[in-house]
Write a protein that binds this ligand. Structure first.
Ligand SMILES: C[C@@H]1CCN(C(=O)N2CC[C@@H](S(=O)(=O)c3ccccc3)C2)C[C@@H]1N(C)c1ncnc2[nH]ccc12
Length: 301
C-alpha cells in the first residue's frame, strides 16, 4: 500500500518532505522571509527532530535563497550553523532551507538574559570564534555582508556559530569586492563607509561589521546601547533618508561609537582597528584571532 512514512534506507536525508514538517513557532523574521522552529516527524509519532526552517515571504527572493543554500551546503566549520537540507516538494519558488536548531537562539537574546554569569573572558571567546568562522568564510571567497549579533547563534556557553548567510556573496573570479545592486533595507549601522557611499563590499567591510558586532557583544547586546541607538543619540534623530547621509557624514569626519563602560580599553583598541576609514588600513580576521587568543591566555583582562 501507500507508505505513510518512507522506509529509511531509501531516503536522501537532505530531502525534507513538507507533509512531515510541522511548524512550532517563529524564531525570527526580516523583510524577505523568516526562520521557524519545526518538528520534522516522518513517523507521525512526535519522535522526529527539531529543525530551523528558513523560508521566504515573497517568492521573488527565491533566487537569493537558492544562492544561500548553495553557499551554506558547502560550508563546514565548527563556528558555522549546520546545513541539514532543503524542502522543495511544493515545487518552484517555494523552496525552504533546513538547518540545525540551536535552542539558545541568537546572541541578541542570549547575552542580556545571561549577563550575570557571562564574564568578559567568555565574551572574548565568542569574539574569537566569530573571527574563526569569518576567516574560514573568507578563505572560501565569500563576503558575509550581514555580520551582526542578531545573526550569531549560541550552541552552548562555550560555543557560538554564524547563523545566517542571507546576504553572503561569492567574490570568485578574483574580484575583490561585491557591488550591491538591490537597494534592500541594508543594516546601515553595521556598514562600512565604502558600502554606504559606493555600495562596494570588500572582505574588509566584513571586518568593519565585526567591529560593530564586537561592540554589541561587549555591551551584552544592551538595547539602550545598540548601534542604532548610539548613532541616533549622537548624530541626532532625523527623518528617514537623512539618517544615512548624517551617518556617512559623521563617519567621514572620523566620529565613531564611544567605548561602552563594560568594554576594556584593550578590547576597544581592537574594535577601533576594525573601523579604519580605508578598507586596506583595517586589521584582518587572522590578526584579530591572534589578539583574542593572547587576551584569553592572560589572567585578567
Ligand atoms: C539567529 C538565526 C539567524 C537569524 N534569524 C532570522 O530569523 N533571520 C535570518 C534572516 C532573516 S530573514 O529570514 O527574514 C531573510 C530571508 C532571506 C533574505 C534575507 C533575510 C531572519 C534567527 C535565527 N535563529 C533565531 C535561530 N535560532 C535557533 N536555531 C537556528 N538555526 C538557524 C537559525 C536559527
Amino acid at each position: 500500500g501507500i507508505y505513510h512514512s518512507i522506509p529509511p534506507q531509501e531516503t536522501d536525508p537532505t530531502d525534507f518532505k513538507s507533509r512531515f514538517l510541522k511548524k512550532i513557532r517563529k524564531l525570527g523574521e526580516g523583510n524577505f522571509g523568516m526562520v521557524e522552529l519545526c518538528l520534522y516527524d516522518p513517523k507521525g509519532d512526535q519522535t522526529g527532530e527539531l529543525v530551523a526552517v528558513k523560508s521566504l515571504k515573497t517568492e521573488n527572493e527565491s533566487s537569493n535563497l537558492r544562492r544561500e543554500i548553495s553557499t551554506i551546503r558547502n560550508l563546514y566549520h565548527e563556528n558555522i550553523v549546520k546545513y541539514k537540507g532543503i524542502c522543495n516538494d511544493e515545487g518552484g519558488a517555494n523552496i525552504k532551507l533546513i538547518m540545525e536548531y540551536l535552542p539558545a537562539g541568537s546572541l541578541k537574546e542570549y547575552l542580556p538574559r545571561n549577563k550575570s554569569n557571562i564574564d568578559q573572558k567568555r565574551l572574548l571567546l565568542y569574539a574569537l570564534q566569530i573571527c574563526q568562522g569569518m576567516e574560514y568564510l573568507g578563505s572560501q571567497n565569500y563576503i558575509h555582508r550581514d555580520l551582526a549579533a542578531r545573526n550569531i547563534l549560541v550552541e552552548n556557553e562555550s560555543l557560538v556559530k554564524i547563523g545566517d548567510f542571507g546576504l553572503t556573496k561569492s567574490i570568485k573570479d578574483d574580484k575583490e569586492y561585491y557591488k550591491v545592486t538591490e537597494e534592500q533595507d541594508s543594516p546601515v549601522y553595521w556598514y562600512a563607509p565604502e558600502c554606504l557611499i559606493n555600495r562596494k563590499f570588500y572582505k574588509a567591510s566584513d571586518v568593519w561589521s565585526f567591529g560593530v558586532t564586537l561592540y554589541e557583544i561587549m555591551s551584552y547586546c544592551d538595547r539602550e546601547n545598540s548601534p542604532p541607538q548610539v548613532f541616533l543619540k549622537s548624530i541626532g534623530r532625523s527623518h528617514g533618508q537623512m539618517t544615512m547621509a548624517r551617518l556617512v557624514d559623521a563617519l567621514e569626519k572620523g566620529w565613531r561609537m564611544p567605548r561602552p563602560d563594560s568594554c576594556p580599553e584593550m578590547v576597544y583598541t581592537q574594535i577601533r582597528r576594525c573601523w579604519s576609514h580605508a578598507p586596506e588600513n583595517r586589521v584582518d580576521f587572522n590578526s584579530l584571532i591572534q589578539e583574542f587568543e593572547f587576551f584569553l591566555t592572560r589572567e585578567n583582562i
